[in-house]
Write a protein that binds this ligand. Structure first.
Ligand code: ZN
Length: 308
């Protein structure tokens, strides 16, 4: 069974600006255009690799007039993507050309990390991964396939103390502790994409305030319903943590819980995936609605903002 990050969901400002950045600047694929099932007047946009594989999916709830978030303890500090180790120079130049705010690349756990922010101030980074150039990649626009993003590297979480979150990662979510560097403790799952969670110790730093640029939650992979149920059982029996009941998100089935440092975690099944309601070749082109909202399609389409 493959463990690791399934998807990361964040909050953004205007949808159109979000689409422009993730498609045009970063070269991701829009793999699903749907609405927030709990608030169908707003989009839920999913970006990923060509097939929309678990471990490549970054999703957004865009709000036209969102207040900016403030990063703090109990939140995701940074979301990182994999690129070939030799592509960091290409990306540094691209971020300069596109006017994207970024930092000088640094070394972390032996890898080169190029940190930058999206238009809402969401903290992102590209991590140079040796051997990633041999993996297939989705090429779009003017980004050559050889330099394209290959899914997530991972996330770093800002925590008060690492041990309680580490226990959930290792006992329930399929990760193992993989080293310490400075304020970071690294956990790895071995998955090719989305295989890393770094815990950054922040002590008594302020708690975060969710808003534009904030990560709302991090979802971890379960192969199917049985695997998810087993993880739910372990959370309750070994850690005293109760999850929500399972929710059908159309493309995966999920439970949610707050890990001990306050970060909202989800466990999402790999099945059925994004090709369940439209052909793989045209993922993301049409507005897809769950069956319980189909009857309100005309009304929903009228209030959603234009994306292009
Ligand atoms: Zn989610």
């Amino acid at each position: 069974m493959t463990h690791g990050i399934h998807h990361v969901t964040a909050i953004s400002g205007p949808a159109r600006r979000n689409v422009e950045f993730y498609l045009d600047t970063l070269g991701l694929r829009l793999v699903k255009k749907t609405v927030n099932f709990d608030d169908p007047g707003t989009y839920h946009l999913y970006y990923g690799d060509e097939a929309g594989q678990p471990g490549s999916i970054l999703t957004f709830f865009p709000w036209e007039h969102v207040a900016p978030g403030r990063l703090g303890v109990g939140e995701t500090q940074e979301t990182t993507f994999r690129v070939p180790a030799g592509s960091i120079g290409y990306w540094t130049q691209r971020l300069v050309e596109k006017g994207v705010k970024h930092s000088t690349p640094v070394r972390r756990f032996g890898e080169t990390v190029l940190a930058f922010t999206d238009p809402d101030g969401m903290r992102l980074a590209l991590v140079g991964v040796p051997g990633a150039d041999a993996e297939p990649a989705w090429s779009v626009g003017d980004i050559p396939a050889e330099h394209a993003i290959r899914g997530f590297h991972g996330v770093s979480l800002l925590v008060k103390e690492t041990a309680p979150t580490g226990a959930i990662l290792t006992d329930v979510l399929g990760f193992t502790e993989a080293g310490t560097e400075g304020a970071y403790v690294r956990f790895r799952s071995g998955a090719p994409m989305g295989g890393f969670v770094d815990l950054r110790v922040a002590g008594d730093f302020l708690r975060g305030r969710q808003g534009g640029g904030s990560v709302h939650h991090v979802a971890f992979r379960a192969a199917d319903d049985a695997a998810e149920a087993e993880m739910v059982r372990k959370l309750q029996e070994n850690h005293g943590i109760r999850t929500t009941e399972q929710k059908d998100r159309n493309y995966f089935r999920s439970v949610y819980f707050r890990e001990p440092n306050g970060v909202l975690f989800e466990i999402a099944t790999d099945i059925p995936g994004f090709a369940v309601d439209e052909p793989a070749a045209t993922l993301g082109e049409a507005l897809k609605l769950p069956s319980f909202l189909e009857g309100r399609r005309a009304e929903i389409e009228r209030v959603l903002p234009e994306l292009t």
